[in-house]
Design a protein around this ligand. Sequence first.
Ligand code: ADP
Length: 442
Amino acid sequence: MDIFGQKLGLVKNISTKLENQQAVQSAQKPEKTLEVIEELQCALEELFVAEEEIKAQNEELAIAHDQIAAERQRYQELFEFAPDGYLVTDPSGIVREHNQAAASLLNMPKSALVGKPLANYIALKDRHALRYQLNRVQELERLPEWEINICPRQSQPFAAAITIATVRDRQGKVTDLRCMIRDITARKQAEEKLQKIQVQNLQLQESAKLKSHFLAIMSHELRSPMNAIIGFSQILLRQAPPNLASNQANMVERIFSNGKHLLKLIDEILDFARIEAGRMELKLAEFNLVQLVKETVEESRSLAEQKNLVLEVELNLTNPNIVNDSDRLRQVLINLISNAIKFTGEGKVAVTVEELWSDRLAIAVKDTGIGIAEADIEHIFDEFRQANQTITRQHGGTGLGLAICDRLVRLMQGKIDVESKLGEGSTFTIEIPRRVEVGNNN
Ligand code: ADP
């Protein structure tokens, strides 16, 4: 019983008492009447307090009621203006309520949708699936999102994602279904595009592999006869003075040097094809880097001397032992040094080796040659790229050397960089770990 009920009971008690006492009032003493009046006053005061409390409770109730109404309004607006279509249906899928987005998705005037089966707006081929899902959802809390084709009134069908959740009464019986429909046309188009790109990518990868495989085979087939041409012309040259006339010796000399040039070209193509096909593997072993750099520089010394260039080496290593593929590192160095000599008219070419932080090393090849224009620098490591075509043409080459250096240095878990200014020279620097890790080459 509430406070007001209690107090009312009290007042009723007192008034009954008073009524009873009225009958015998004349015979009673006046003090008794006073006592009753006091009791009545007291009860009235308490009644007044109770009334105040009730008023306060009523005010709180009104505030709570307003808050609930505001919340309801907020949710109604959220529901109404949500970007996705929301529908409330009965358990069989007849629309009871829906928001503006649902009406627009189904191209229906707002009021006309209520009372219609949701299935009316689903593509024929998907209606069976919808019926199945509506039956299934009775046993579940909600159905995970699935894709369906929506057929809006007098408009083109489109792909949508639909989610259904159940609303149950206290006994657990499904009273309503809440459906959310989202237009996924843009997503589907993006997925299709992505799929197409992936297929194209695979095809490209496949054809790149085929191309590399073809190049590898062709280069190999070319290498064998070239080796024979170079080998035999070398033997002929050794016997030249007594057995060959000088013009014949000249011709053999040209066969020999052109043969070597062609072989270098074939080797480069073969290497590049192998790297691109992912078939280049480093043969890692420990060796002395100082020795390797010195030997490599010495191999190029005669070339530098022919052009009156100074060829310097500066080695700053406390520990010269490193783990790498010595043949491949030598190949990179030869390429950088011979480029430096090739593109330098006068001055010098300097090779320096330094220890860097965290057990890495830097090998730099610096020249005072023609330099590379800023616009060419970003493509200098791309295959078949040559800067300054006119100058480069005079020097020959394939434009594969630096591309191979770049891929090889990356296989060595390192990187190659160039700094250059047109007319002032270039510095190519490779940075590699002291010990290349097995199986970590990419
Ligand atoms: P190539 O066999 O044509 O020399 P590379 O890949 O070794 O091929 O070099 C690509 C181009 O980069 C060269 O043609 C040249 O234009 C430029 N280049 C390479 N090294 C130097 C250098 N030290 N100085 C100036 N240009 C260079």
